[in-house]
Ligand binder design. Structure first.
Ligand code: CA
Length: 257
């Protein structure tokens, strides 16, 4: 049953949400956080048979640590866990990424609570469930997310429309909740660079090269933070809790899809 794990020795790279194995096949990584080992293994076996690379954590805290350190394409969370419960896990993972989260719970009441708390889970399954149904839902959410992100490819000369922020790349115009916002040329280029590659992390050096078209020298790089601050003042509801341009400390910035 352990198709994917049999390739583990040959994995080339595991830091991204997809791994490339020696055969050249790209596998989508899924993290299951579930303390009932038999359930976790059942989920894993069915998902592996469908070609996914699946990892399991049985403890909430360790699961959170792994979820924050690694990149996965989808998370399956149990709610009642030792350490940190699934509600908190869902909240923390959602702060980091918009990839699909499926919550598996033993109680219908928990699902009402998840809805009520607005934690951003994409789907809910109650135990007992059919593993085939779980696989079908996983595939549906991954396909939906891929369509949304557009394979993270650049989208030149298009209109980007995300959560009330509309960017007309060709016309170089931006609207927030249908009110036009004006940007300097460099601010627009920086916003365009980030928003055209949602979820991709740009270092300050990358942004400088893209926007100024040259290598940064000396204190050039400090202008990036100044521009990001000005852009946030124009598009973020709360600059200290940005919903569009996220800072990854020591790494750079990314536009959240
Ligand atoms: Ca549990």
């Amino acid at each position: 049953m352990c198709i994917a794990r049999s390739f583990n020795l040959f994995i080339w790279a595991v830091s991204t949400s997809k791994i490339v194995i020696c055969t050249g096949i790209t596998m989508t990584r899924i993290l299951i956080i579930e303390d009932e080992e038999s359930i976790a293994e059942l989920e894993r076996d069915y998902l592996e048979l469908s070609g996914f690379a699946v990892e399991i954590e049985n403890d909430g805290e360790q699961g959170l640590q792994r979820a924050l350190e690694e990149e996965y394409s989808l998370y399956i969370l149990d709610l009642m866990l030792p350490g940190i419960n699934g509600f908190e896990l869902c909240r923390h993972i959602r702060e980091k990424t918009n990839v699909p989260i499926i919550v598996v719970s033993a109680k219908k009441d928990d699902i009402d609570k998840i809805h009520g708390l607005g934690l951003g889970a994409d789907d809910y399954i109650t135990k007992p469930f059919s593993p085939s149904e779980l696989v079908a839902r996983v595939k549906a959410h991954l396909a939906r997310y891929d369509r949304l992100v557009g394979s993270e490819s650049a989208v030149p000369d298009q209109i980007i429309n995300i959560r009330g922020l509309k960017i007309d790349i060709a016309a170089r115009r931006v609207w927030l909740n249908e009110e036009e916002v004006t940007f300097t040329s460099k601010e627009f280029d920086m916003l365009k660079t980030l928003a055209s590659h949602p979820n991709r992390v740009f270092s300050k050096e990358d942004l400088f090269r893209k926007v100024w078209g040259m290598e940064p020298i000396g204190s050039d790089i400090s202008t990036i933070a100044v521009h990001i601050k000005k852009i946030r003042e124009k598009i973020e509801y709360e600059s200290s809790k940005p919903q569009y341009i996220e800072t990854l400390w020591g790494v750079g910035y990314r536009f959240r899809m």
